[in-house]
Design a protein around this ligand. Structure first.
Ligand code: SF4
Ligand code: SF4
Length: 166
C-alpha cells in the first residue's frame, strides 16, 4: 500500500511538462518524491492542479531559474527539457523561461505554448483534464507517451467525480 502510494506520487510528480519534457527532466534524478499533487486521501481540486493534473515542484530548475533570473539554472533546464533538439531554438536567457502552467499575468514560454493538453483544456475552459468527459479516450501526445501518468489522472478523475456526485 505504502509502496503503491509512493509510486503514484512519483508518477504524478514526474509527468510534466509540455508533452512530457518535464517528465524527461525529472527522470534524470531531480528530487521527485517531495512535490505531491494529491495524496491518496485528498480530493483532487482542478483549480489547484495544472491542466494535465500535474503540480510544478518548487525545485524545478526551469521555474527557479525563471523566477530568480538565474542563467545557469536556465541552461540546465534548456538541456534537460531538450529544447534545442525538440524546438530547434538556440539558448537565449531572454527567451528560455517558464513561470509554470497556470501563472497568471506571465508570458507563456516555449514549453507551455507547445503543450497540446494545456491548449485543449484551455479551449474547453476547463481548469484541469479531470473535468473532461473525454479524458479516458483522449489521445493527446502527453497521454499516449505516458500511459501510466494518464491512468493516474483517470484515477484522480474518478475520485473528483465521486466527490461531486457526478
Ligand atoms: S498541461 Fe501544463 S503541466 Fe501539464 S504537461 Fe502541459 S504544460 Fe506541463
Ligand atoms: S480532450 Fe479533454 S482530456 Fe484531452 S486534452 Fe482536451 S481537456 Fe484534456
Amino acid at each position: 500500500m505504502k509502496t503503491n502510494q509512493k509510486r503514484r506520487q512519483f508518477i504524478i510528480t514526474s509527468a510534466c511538462a509540455g508533452l512530457g519534457y518535464c517528465f524527461l527532466a525529472r527522470r534524470t534524478g531531480l528530487s521527485a518524491m517531495n512535490h505531491l499533487s494529491t495524496q491518496d486521501d485528498e480530493i483532487p481540486d482542478p483549480k489547484k492542479l495544472n491542466y494535465c493534473g500535474y503540480v510544478c515542484p518548487e525545485d524545478c530548475p526551469f521555474l527557479k531559474g525563471t523566477l530568480e533570473n538565474d542563467v545557469e539554472l536556465k541552461k540546465e533546464a534548456y538541456k534537460l527539457w531538450q529544447i534545442e533538439e525538440r524546438f530547434g531554438v538556440e539558448f537565449d536567457p531572454e527567451k528560455i523561461f517558464c513561470y509554470g502552467c497556470k501563472a497568471e499575468g506571465k508570458p507563456d514560454g516555449i514549453v507551455l505554448t507547445n503543450c497540446t493538453v494545456r491548449s485543449c483544456a484551455m479551449s474547453k475552459e476547463l481548469d484541469c483534464c479531470i473535468e473532461c468527459d473525454n479524458l479516458a479516450d483522449c489521445d493527446e501526445d502527453l497521454w499516449t507517451r505516458f500511459p501510466e501518468f494518464k491512468n493516474t489522472v483517470i484515477e484522480m478523475q474518478k475520485k473528483y467525480r465521486a466527490s461531486q456526485n457526478i
